[in-house]
Design a protein around this ligand. Sequence first.
Ligand SMILES: Nc1ncnc2c1ncn2[C@@H]1O[C@H](COP(=O)(O)OP(=O)(O)OP(=O)(O)O)[C@@H](O)[C@H]1O
Ligand SMILES: [Mg+2]
Length: 241
Amino acid sequence: MTEIAPTTTQPALEVLDLKTWYGASQALFGVDLNVMPGEVVGLVGRNGAGKTTVLRSIMGLLPRQTGRILIGGLDATTRGPAARARLGIGYCPEERAVFASLTVAENLALPPSIGPSGLSEAEIFALFPNLESRRHHYGGQLSGGEQQMLAIGRILRTGARTLLLDEPTEGLAPVIVRQIEAALITLKRRGYTMLLVEQNFGFVLRVADRVAAIEHGAVVAESIVDDPDLAEQRLAQHLVL
Ligand SMILES: Nc1ncnc2c1ncn2[C@@H]1O[C@H](COP(=O)(O)OP(=O)(O)OP(=O)(O)O)[C@@H](O)[C@H]1O
Ligand SMILES: [Mg+2]
């Protein structure tokens, strides 16, 4: 009888023993992390723990790093940021980086296409209805929440299916946080993969399947989000609650 090998699913994103330095100062001390296709992993931790540095290192934006980064099973370690993006990954930075002197429509027209699954402008407006009435407004005229929606919309234009989101709810009013939450849950249902950096732990528990806690530049605990209270208990000592 022939044996059928079990089908193994490749992680959408794999980070192995990642160490990163800013000049002489080491910020990451061997981060191991993986995100399966369609999974949302929350990355939490105190200020300065290294969350943003993990995302920047995955994108290849920091010059001094060691370890390995695999995107969709392909080794991206020696590739530059543009080549990593072409492997299907999109980065939404903490500072949102919306072009202030371009309109919403122009901001959405700008990103390069990296694959066939890029959302149309209409699909982005369906996901973020607030943006549609702001179509001809300049980036600089938008509220913080609208800028965040535009920043997420922009990476969805590219066709990226793995999203790295850095504190998408930071500084936003609860009503806007709920709109972003609804959009991320819609994207999750559509099979997008996400690594979600957040300080808002309640938000993480509502969106993520699994949460990793980072402390002093290393992942120190992980929990699946089976029961939100249990997940909170498992990670509480690593959080600012
Ligand atoms: N440009 C930089 N130059 C030097 N050190 C930096 C730089 N950016 C970050 N660091 C240091 O690297 C460490 C990790 O910072 P990082 O920004 O990744 O933390 P974080 O978890 O994202 O924090 P926050 O919650 O405040 O956004 C910190 O000690 C920080 O001071
Ligand atoms: Mg940060």
